[in-house]
Write a protein that binds this ligand. Structure first.
Ligand SMILES: *[C@@H]1O[C@H](CO)[C@@H](O)[C@H](O)[C@H]1NC(C)=O
Ligand SMILES: *[C@@H]1O[C@H](CO)[C@@H](O)[C@H](O)[C@H]1NC(C)=O
Length: 317
């Protein structure tokens, strides 16, 4: 009996350990404010200056994605604003056809996963990580227009955009070719290719911003060298002010929704933590109940006659 209890306790501790471990990155992500890596506005040159104070690291390439070459009307202006501001940059539009050909040629081991994604947005997410890993450059979603030249952002080995109050997005990002972060991202994409019931969660966590945020958090926890540090573009520099880098345009952007879910999770993190702990307690109690039932049965089986039936009145007429 004593030994059984000990084993039961050990199993519970193990289960709890794995539960906590598997959500710990998510929990710590909610608390990560990225302050240490934020790009400070004082680091950036004034609006119209094309001067880069530090050497340019990221190549002058702009990547965008759409299913084919016919960009819908409401995204033509933002697209053109980026092209017009950067005549000296190479511009690449990754259509479905071009993306698939690129994966087939450069990353054939990924082609099966790429083709088998259930949702087109997963391919649109994945291709941006591969082209950044391969060519480097700046990826920009079609619903983000350019408000000023990207030059100052080319001085970092890689940068991602912060979403408030937690996580990062994958709608604009920049990187040198072969950056260790993006190499890691493309390497683990297959591992994260799971169905999670809801399409929304599946997309978020297999290729989307939640997937990227978790990897980013893991990456900074492993404290890479300064050489490959990822800098974070904060909301003010993203699109809040006249001197911010991007402008937002309406369109049915997927990532607006993502941001809202992450936002909701961030606002309710105490509640979510409470739910997690309650769930763990419930699972623990349930296991204990199962355990005591089994022990009870076993006792009955070992000593079947120890419970003396109580005498019934009818036995003594
Ligand atoms: C920057 O340039 C734009 C157009 O070239 C001009 O309208 C704007 O006034 C300039 N801003 C500053 C701060 O010089
Ligand atoms: C691009 O896709 C849209 C929507 O599916 C379609 O209407 C259009 O004809 C396509 N354009 C080309 C050039 O294939």
């Amino acid at each position: 009996m004593r030994r059984g209890l000990l084993i039961f306790a050990l199993i519970n501790i193990l289960v709890l350990f794995f539960l906590v471990r598997s959500v710990s990155t998510l929990l710590s992500l909610l608390l990560e404010d990225a302050a240490a890596d934020a790009i400070q506005s004082t680091e950036l040159p004034s609006l119209n200056s094309s001067l880069i104070e530090h050497p340019q690291l990221i190549p002058k390439i702009i990547h965008q994605t759409y299913k084919n070459g016919s960009i819908p009307e409401h995204w033509r202006n933002p697209q053109q604003s980026c092209i017009d501001l950067h005549p000296d940059y190479e511009y690449i539009l990754w259509t479905d056809e071009k993306s698939r050909a690129f994966i087939a040629a450069q990353y054939p081991w990924f082609l099966k996963t790429f083709d088998n994604y259930a949702y087109p947005i997963q391919r649109a997410d994945a291709i941006r990580y591969f082209v950044l890993a391969y060519y480097g450059g700046t990826y920009i979603d079609l619903d983000d227009g350019c408000n000023r030249r990207l030059d100052p952002l080319l001085a970092y080995p890689a940068w991602l955009r912060r979403t408030m109050p937690t996580g990062i997005s994958n709608d604009v990002m920049g990187s040198v070719p072969q950056h260790p972060f993006f190499l890691r991202v493309i390497k683990v994409l297959q591992q994260y290719d799971h169905q999670w019931g809801l399409p929304y969660i599946t997309i978020m966590y297999s290729t989307g911003p939640l997937f990227l945020s978790v990897l980013w958090k893991e990456y900074i926890q492993d404290s890479p060298s300064d050489m490959s540090r990822i800098r974070i573009l904060m909301p003010e520099e993203y699109q809040k002010y006249t001197w911010s880098f991007f402008t937002h345009h309406t369109g049915n952007s997927w990532h607006g929704k993502d941001a809202r879910l992450i936002f909701w999770m961030g606002q309710h993190w105490q509640f979510l933590t409470f739910c997690g702990v309650s769930l763990a307690a419930f699972v623990g109690l349930f296991l204990f109940w199962v355990y005591s039932r089994i022990m009870h049965r076993r006792t009955e089986h070992l000593y079947p006659y120890t419970t003396v039936p109580s005498p019934r009145l009818t036995d003594y007429p």
